[in-house]
Design a protein around this ligand. Structure first.
Ligand code: CA
Length: 439
């Protein structure tokens, strides 16, 4: 009898672990990206804002403590997320700006790049993006040219949460490649479209990309009203005097929306066959919190790019905390591996790596070297060592396991290590810049 019970238990655990009825169908994907959310903002990261739904995701999933955004600003990280490659290689090293006469306004994600949406759509996935694109203003850069079958949202860096007008006074709300406005608070619209997408596609594999606007400026909570008008003069950051409170309200509203998405997955019995990933696209501004980390959005200090991130897939990814070093560009190779897709084109080779074995079975990664670069500063990381080249500080070396706040420059004690990392950084810069010019 005892033996029978044991066999039954084993069978039940096999079925519930997905080796049973889920094995014929590849997993669904939900990728949620917050905008400018810091390492010290969420309650599950000991932050100052209560976020019960993300806390639950974190409790049930794998909370990552050494996950980094590719860029320290918006467009570069998003370019790396959707392509699995360094943004410098992809030709999007800077923010694509709203100002129509600026050179960076005309940049966008090139047709030759392959996105995760393209690869998944080719293998039968329904693909949708609801929220912020920020990879090009013009129709040829639109998400529907890059494998997404449906897009509702905006293409610039930020819009008024109510009037959906960008920061130079142009209307910016789209249905695919057409400007079609809708009434509503941006965070609510994103959630509603995401929920509808799941409901319409629950019967087959889907990939849902949810790039939220919160908590990027303008700082507007759900009970406020529009500040921006077409062609008008307005305060870019919104009219509220209590901006920190507005920031908190924005994060809380995003958290509620994420709760609704998760409830929708549960309602359709998809929570055991859906991989959910949450992260931020760069560190917080001074209005938010990066915890004890040095620096803010825009810098290559940890506060610019070490961000909250959670990988969630009940029964497949064991709940816990992971200190594995990872970066935004690892997402695409990981998604394709989880979907069982091989054969990514060589001329679009990944810089990111497949993290699935690390997340699913805690298999350690091979040692690797990672790079960050803005116009003003660069950084390189190998193991716990990080070299930062910035002005006016110059070249400095830090050991993050004992000095997470990057306050103790160890370069005088380790000249050889400095030279090796510096050489690697120079080679990398040359290589990605040359690749970008050859696009
Ligand atoms: Ca951002």
């Amino acid at each position: 009898m005892k033996r029978f019970a044991l066999v039954m238990l084993l069978l039940i655990s096999l079925v519930s672990s997905g080796l049973g009825n889920n094995s014929q169908r590849p997993p669904n994907f939900v990728i949620i990206m917050a905008d400018d959310l810091g390492y010290g903002d969420l309650s599950c990261y000991d932050g100052w804002i209560q976020t019960p739904h993300l806390d639950r995701l974190s409790r049930e999933g794998l909370r990552l403590t050494d996950f980094h955004s590719n860029g320290s600003v918006c467009s570069p990280t998003r370019a790396a997320l959707v392509t699995g490659r360094y943004q410098q290689r992809v030709g999007i090293p800077r923010v694509i700006v709203a100002k129509t006469d600026a050179a960076e306004h005309r940049n966008g994600l090139g047709k030759s790049e392959r996105t995760f949406a393209e690869a998944l759509a080719k293998h039968g996935y329904a693909t949708g993006i609801f929220g912020k694109w920020h990879l090009g203003y013009y129709p040829q850069f639109n998400p529907i040219q890059h494998g997404f079958q449906i897009f509702r949202g905006y293409v610039s860096g930020n819009v008024d949460f109510f009037s959906h007008i960008d920061q130079v006074g142009n209307a910016d709300w789209w249905h695919n490649d057409q400007k079609v406005d809708e009434d509503g608070y941006v965070t609510h619209l994103i959630t509603q479209h995401a929920v509808t997408f799941i409901e319409q596609n629950h019967a087959h594999p889907f990939c849902l990309y949810v790039p939220h606007e919160a908590p990027h400026y303008p700082y507007q909570g759900p009970n406020d009203s529009a500040d921006r008008t077409v062609g008008g003069k307005f305060p870019n950051h919104g009219s509220r005097s209590d901006k920190k409170e507005a920031y908190r309200e924005m994060v809380v509203e995003m958290d509620k929306g994420i709760g609704e998405i998760l409830a929708t997955l549960r309602r359709h019995g998809l929570d055991r066959n859906t991989f959910v990933f949450f992260c931020s696209d760069n560190g917080a501004t001074r209005l938010g919190s990066n915890g004890s980390l040095r620096g803010h959005k825009g810098s290559v200090w940890e506060g610019g790019h070490r961000v909250p991130a959670i990988a969630w897939w009940p029964d497949q990814i064991e709940a816990g905390v992971s200190s594995t070093l990872a970066m935004t560009m690892d997402l695409m190779p990981t998604l394709l591996a989880l979907a069982g897709i091989e054969g990514h084109p060589e001329d679009n080779a990944f810089d990111g790596i497949d993290l699935s074995a690390n997340w699913l079975t805690r298999q350690p990664l091979e040692p690797r070297i990672l790079f960050w670069g803005t116009d003003k500063a660069k950084a390189v990381r190998r193991g716990n060592w990080k070299l930062v080249k910035s002005q006016p500080a110059g070249t400095q070396l830090f050991r993050l396991d004992t000095d997470l706040t990057e306050s103790q420059d160890l370069s005088p004690q380790h000249p050889e290590r400095v030279a090796t990392l510096q050489r690697a950084l120079e080679n990398w810069s040359k290589e990605v810049n040359a690749a970008s010019l050859g696009r």
